[in-house]
Design a protein around this ligand. Structure first.
Ligand code: ADP
Ligand code: ASP
Ligand code: MG
Length: 411
């Protein structure tokens, strides 16, 4: 008999019918003898609706109150699933994050889980009940409700699996696993049987929203066996593993991630003296703005251009800070661009293969796509390009790195 934590995402509980289907599925596992903890998201669209509602009252809602409202989405689905299970003759009980006591820090809207009290859950499991827990939320030491950031139910699932030492954490969603790239963008994308934690972490942090980054971090840290599966189709899904298989067959890159969430800022004609980067980025970091990619040009005329990217939500704030810096240090001008996208290739195979980056640049050049910025690490290469070329770039790279699914006859 296994202890399994199952997390179902927003579309999987998006309607009453789907919730009933989830209940049927849970019942089957239960009948097979497994102990089950089920973590749910809000119905799809609900979290956005709640955020919109808050914004109709206040342009910048107080973070604590925003958490009070957005956490209600999950409270609805857990109760509905627990009712559906009871109607099917499967004893079940639902808990909010606060009721379990998923203790988090007080960083509202992006809180981190500190500790989980597993006592109540263990007692329920012992008594034969399925435990249904609200994803995405916790409570801080003052008793205030907190939420874990968008996509945070994944993290609730993994954290519960770690706390309970579950045999597996299964993330059920609307695709049947982790693909070489978002299957909604590239129809030739292929499901991966396995991917390493390290690669999944890069994919998630570079924009593949199939798993929340913190969920992958947690699973890696506590060695939680993690699998992504389709909610309503049978199949093996994708296992996130620690081992890197030493096989000849291993592809050089495992996946392509992309995001449209960044914006680019350039400060031009900066007097090129030691400490320039600090003078420019110091005030940005003091304003709590995270910087991702950075490029400083070779100087001529004793001046230099300095470019960096920030999250699009921070763009206006960063622009203001940079304008101030520009007048203080006597730079020529500040320009910005929000119509950019970042495309990244990810794979542990890069460690043992040279020339991966140039192969990437060649594939983009063949499509006449201009590269604006580049950054690399041991297992990834990222480029910034014009947003309108994003899909073309991802498809071209998918083909260039031989990730396309073999086309079937008649397709
Ligand atoms: P849920 O509501 O179940 O949490 P999400 O929308 O958060 O679902 O995540 C699933 C979606 O992630 C898929 O519908 C797919 O479009 C997207 N996605 C992005 N990159 C990938 C990838 N590499 N593999 C699979 N899905 C991906
Ligand atoms: N409902 C939350 C969101 O939409 C959390 C989640 O679904 O994981 O972000
Ligand atoms: Mg999600």
């Amino acid at each position: 008999m296994a202890l399994i934590v199952q997390k179902f995402g927003g579309t999987s509980v998006g309607t009453v019918e789907r919730i009933k289907q989830v209940a049927e599925k849970v019942k089957k596992f239960r009948e097979a003898g497994d102990d089950l903890v089920v973590v749910l998201s809000a119905m799809s669209g609900e979290t956005n609706r709640l955020i919109d509602l808050a914004k109709q009252i206040s342009e910048q809602p107080v973070p604590r109150e925003l958490d009070v409202i957005v956490s209600t989405g999950e409270q609805v689905t857990i109760a509905l699933l627990a009712m559906a299970l009871n109607d099917l003759g499967v004893p079940a009980v639902s808990y909010t994050g606060n009721q379990v006591r998923i203790l988090t820090d007080s960083a509202h809207n992006k809180a981190r889980i500190l500790q989980i009290d597993d006592q109540k859950i263990r007692e329920d499991l012992k008594a034969g009940r399925v435990v249904v827990v609200a994803g995405f939320q916790g409570v801080d030491e003052n008793g205030s409700i907190t939420t874990l950031g968008r996509g945070g139910s994944d993290t609730t699932g993994v954290a519960l699996a770690a706390a309970l030492k579950a045999d597996e954490c299964q993330i059920y969603t609307d695709v049947d696993g982790v693909y070489t790239t978002d299957p909604r963008v590239v129809s030739q994308a292929q499901r991966l049987d396995k991917i390493t934690f390290e690669e999944m972490l890069e994919m998630a942090s570079l924009g593949s929203k199939v798993l929340q980054i913190r969920a992958v971090e947690f699973a890696g840290k506590y060695n939680v066996p993690l699998r992504v599966l389709h909610s309503f189709q049978e199949g093996p899904g994708t296992l996130i593993t620690i081992d890197e298989e030493e096989s000849m067959e291993q592809p050089i890159i495992s996946g392509i991630a992309f995001n449209r969430d960044e914006a680019k800022l350039t400060i031009r004609g900066v007097p090129d003296t030691p400490g320039v980067a600090f003078k420019i980025l110091g005030p940005i970091s003091a304003a709590n703005i995270e910087v991702d990619m950075i490029v400083q040009n070779v100087s001529h005329d004793n001046t230099t251009d300095f470019t960096f990217t920030v999250h699009r939500n921070d763009y206006e704030k960063a622009q203001k800070v940079l304008q101030n810096t520009a007048s203080e240090i006597g730079a020529r001008e500040v320009i910005g661009d929000t119509k950019i996208a970042k495309v990244s290739i990810v794979g542990v195979g890069m460690r043992s293969h040279a020339g991966v980056a140039s192969r990437m640049f060649e594939a983009l050049a063949l499509e006449s796509i201009n590269i604006q910025m580049i950054s690399t690490s041991e297992i990834k290469v990222s480029v910034v390009i014009e947003e309108k070329y994003l899909e073309l770039a991802v498809r071209a790279l998918h083909t260039a790195f031989e990730l396309d699914a073999p086309s079937r006859q008649g397709e």
